[in-house]
Design a protein around this ligand. Structure first.
Ligand SMILES: NC(=O)c1ccc[n+]([C@@H]2O[C@H](COP(=O)([O-])OP(=O)(O)OC[C@H]3O[C@@H](n4cnc5c(N)ncnc54)[C@H](O)[C@@H]3O)[C@@H](O)[C@H]2O)c1
Length: 357
């Protein structure tokens, strides 16, 4: 019997709506496969909690979360609480506190109709972006001098440690080697003359240990162009925290939108729990309407199952997503359909169990 303890942070806006569908999927798997069981514990942290308590989560949140096998998060952020508070005091605290230094974001076209790009098919858009997730431009280092004075100066420091840079690049080389794919580094050494020159140097140094991996290195501006014009150039991609954040939104745009983009925050050493979440935010414009697309959150469940070593179920979940997209009848409005979040989730579970029958 394999048992997994999952901490739930549904968060704000559409977060709870989509997480509910992911839980439905996990419960259905538990029901269908008697060798697997899950327990869930929900935490009320997020913007509403902040407005009542003056903090995004309990002071001892990391201590509470540290013994879970995984964290399943919806989205955080809502009008009324500044975004830098909701992001830094919850998401980034967890990512950094649990050394989840790998952010795995698949950019995979699951059905040809979903891309706005002409003449591109599933085989052209199939990459894994590995984003550095613990330091870089999001380290939070900096200063705000002479605030509100004419001589005001702000400093936002990118922090690229040797340890942090080497480990993410090595992780990416390992992934490329394991999956026999090319590896592309995205940086900006021409303009960022310390951090990105260092990044490029480390990419080359570590590459010496992987002569079997074919590599490319692009500036982030050129890479952004290629994401749109020639996405087939990319297989495994490694990049910094900020660049990864941005290029994966381009990735979402070319594969069907935010309702389909997923990301896993991984602590590869498994010393701390890893966290699984859709890439999208709390979508205040559609929150409470029951029309959020739950597929990104369900894809996160697939990533979680993979991380748990339940690869067959992970694949079954991804295949069912593809099937739903192909059927084209049970889709939420963002994909041109008219079903609700809950209807899509229930249909998903039916198909998943039938497929595994
Ligand atoms: N990981 C996170 O928790 C996270 C990520 C991004 C933004 N945010 C926060 O979310 C709030 C809103 O941010 P935003 O509007 O820039 O980004 P967003 O991702 O919430 O929304 C962008 C657009 O995509 C649509 N969208 C997003 N997810 C969808 C889904 N599942 N189904 C259908 N449509 C979907 C929204 O309706 C909106 O039009 C902000 O407070 C922001 O800080 C949180």
């Amino acid at each position: 019997m394999k048992h997994f303890n999952i901490a739930l942070i549904p968060g704000d806006g559409i977060g709870p709506e989509v997480v509910a569908e992911g839980i439905k999927v996990l419960k259905a798997i538990e029901e269908a496969d008697k060798t697997i069981s899950f327990t869930f514990k929900e935490f009320p942290w997020g913007c509403e909690y902040y407005l009542k308590n003056g903090k995004m989560m309990d002071d001892d949140a990391l201590d509470i979360l540290k013994d879970y096998d995984a964290i399943y998060l919806g989205a955080v952020g809502y009008p009324g609480v500044p975004d830098h508070i909701s992001l830094r005091d919850l998401l980034i605290k967890i990512r950094k506190g649990f050394d989840q230094y790998v952010n795995l974001r698949p950019v995979e076209l699951l059905h040809p109709d979903l891309t706005p790009l002409k003449n591109k098919t599933e085989k052209d858009i199939d990459m894994l972006v590995i984003r550095e997730n613990s330091e870089g431009e999001y380290s939070g280092a900096g200063d705000w001098l002479f605030k509100d004075k004419p001589e005001e100066v702000v400093l936002q420091t990118g922090v690229f440690s040797r340890k942090g840079t080497e480990r993410i690049i090595r992780y990416a080389y390992e992934e490329a080697r394991k999956s026999n794919r090319t590896l592309t580094s995205i940086s900006k050494g021409n303009a960022l003359n310390y951090s990105m020159v260092f990044w490029d140097q480390v990419f080359e140094e570590v590459g010496k240990e992987y002569p079997d991996v074919k590599t490319y290195s692009y500036l982030v501006d050129a890479a952004s162009l290629y994401f749109v014009s020639q996405p087939e150039r990319f297989e495994v991609v490694v990049t910094s925290n900020l660049f990864g954040d941005i290029v994966t939104d381009i990735g979402a745009a070319i594969t069907g939108g935010m309702g389909l983009a997923t990301g896993a925050n991984i602590n590869p050493e498994r010393k701390y729990p890893s966290m699984f979440e859709p890439v999208h935010g709390s979508a205040p414009d559609i929150a409470g309407k029951g029309i959020a697309n739950p597929i990104a959150a369900i894809w996160s469940v697939s990533q979680m199952l993979d991380f748990f070593g339940l690869e067959e179920w992970a694949e079954a979940v991804l295949n069912t997503i593809k099937q739903i997209l192909k059927e084209n009848t049970y889709l939420t409005p963002d994909l041109g359909g008219s079903v609700s979040t809950d209807e899509l989730g229930s249909h998903f579970v039916e198909l998943l169990i039938k497929n595994r029958g």
